[in-house]
Design a binder for this molecule. Structure first.
Ligand code: ATP
Length: 270
């Protein structure tokens, strides 16, 4: 099936799981895994819209919503490794917060509304809880999206050689990548909570880097202080390269639905 339209993709994906969602004894957790800029949040929003059209309560969450706070990452940077100041790699998420939110959603009620964590990327910090949206009844569908959803740890053999200049220069002894990989084992219990996994499969890591550059360009052109120049962007992306390449190699095999993307994000379902 060819399509570039997120709402068509969403209708197809939702149709595939509709019976399971309808009969699930608790909120059905649909995972969307896709590398940076692959269209996860667009697809998640379209899925929520499609769910609402069916009369289902639905909520979207992102692994990005539960980044550790800036202060928590600062502490990790001091105690473990300076590279942990940068949000996003395994070990920089509050999995307990995500897990307790998913559990609380099963029992949401007007008396016990569930706050859904939200992260402020502009300030690189979590919003105050008072600013989080709340959900007052168990949704039928939870869409959880993230760049490394479903990825397994590598083990020490794969970690021996650096994969890029960041690892060669700032993680020469491999301490950071070993710590990150060990944290990824702790994500398995979250992967097990996914009732289904949809993978947005990018054509290659180079295309992902190009997508990220496209996303940054308007910020640079507007002169936003947080916009990254080419060097900063390249360094930033190298934090994720190792696990992203592993995702590209390994996730298709464990996905329930694979949406293979071309470099224009045109999807072809498999
Ligand atoms: N199906 C699609 N066809 C064409 N373009 C798309 C499609 N889905 C998303 N896009 C575009 O791709 C860009 C990235 O989309 P989106 O923000 O949803 O990706 P993401 O994976 O959530 O990104 P990030 O990892 O940065 O959070 C946006 O400009 C969006 O409009």
């Amino acid at each position: 099936m060819e399509s570039t339209d997120a709402s068509t993709l969403a209708a197809t994906v939702l149709g595939r799981f509709a019976a399971a969602i309808e009969h699930a004894p608790r909120p059905f957790v649909l995972g969307i895994s896709g590398l940076q800029g692959s269209g996860k949040s667009t697809l998640a929003a379209a899925l929520i819209e499609a769910a609402h059209q069916r009369g289902w309560g639905a909520v979207a969450m992102s692994l990005d919503d539960v980044y550790l706070t800036r202060a928590e990452r600062e502490a990790l940077a001091v105690e473990v490794h300076p590279l942990l100041r940068t949000r996003g790699v395994p070990g920089t998420h509050d999995l307990a917060l995500l897990g307790s939110t998913l559990s609380a959603l099963e029992k949401a009620s007007p008396e016990r509304p569930v706050p859904i964590p939200r992260f402020d990327k502009g300030h690189d910090d979590r919003y105050e809880e008072a600013q989080w949206p709340t959900i007052a009844e168990p949704p039928r569908l939870v869409v959880l999206e993230g760049w490394c959803l479903g990825v397994e740890p590598a083990g020490p053999d794969e970690l021996a050689e650096p994969v890029n200049a960041l690892e060669r220069g700032e993680d020469a002894d491999g301490r950071w990548r070993r710590w990150v990989d060990a944290r990824l084992s702790g994500y398995r219990s979250l992967w097990e909570r996914l009732d289904a996994l949809v993978v947005l499969q990018a054509p290659s890591w180079d295309v992902v880097a190009a997508w990220r550059d496209e996303a940054e360009r308007p910020l640079r052109e507007r002169g936003e202080p947080r916009a990254m120049d080419d060097l900063e962007l390249s360094r930033f992306l190298q934090h994720y390269e190792r696990i992203s390449r592993r995702a590209l190699r390994s996730l298709e095999a464990k996905a329930d639905v694979v949406l293979r993307l071309d470099e224009h994000r045109r999807a072809c379902r498999r």
